[in-house]
Design a protein around this ligand. Structure first.
Ligand code: SF4
Ligand code: F3S
Length: 112
């Protein structure tokens, strides 16, 4: 199993999660983070750190979890590693309860 980041993270990128990961396996896109499923040791400490519940176990009941697992796998191989908390995205409050964030706002670009 692994933990994965879902679309709630898009346009929020609060980054509370990255500080607690013992194996530094978060990767940063322009407006979302992902977890490398092969590096994740399933410790679960990041899950409660995300204030908007964007992190879940891939063994959970989440709808579309296979889609998010593939997305985490694909983009963790491309995007840069992130280990330090940074400022959340501008307007993150506005985006935190938005639906269909993936279709409307997902970006394949790497974070900076
Ligand atoms: Fe890192 Fe543990 Fe979260 Fe996996 S479950 S991403 S190892 S903090
Ligand atoms: Fe995203 Fe939550 Fe981490 S919004 S960056 S998964 S703390």
């Amino acid at each position: 199993m692994t933990y994965i980041v879902k679309d709630e993270c898009i346009k929020c990128k609060l980054t509370d999660c990255v500080e607690v990961c013992p194996v530094d396996c978060f990767y940063e896109g322009e407006n979302m983070l992902v977890i490398d499923p092969d590096e994740c040791i399933d410790c679960g400490v990041c899950e409660p750190e995300c204030p908007i519940d964007a992190i879940v176990a891939d063994t959970g009941e989440e709808q579309d979890k296979d889609k998010w697992l593939l997305l985490n796998k694909k983009f963790s191989a491309i995007w840069p590693n992130i280990t330090k908390k940074k400022e959340p995205m501008i307007d993150h409050e506005k985006f935190k309860n938005l639906k269909d964030k993936y279709d409307k706002h997902f970006s394949e670009k790497p974070g900076k």
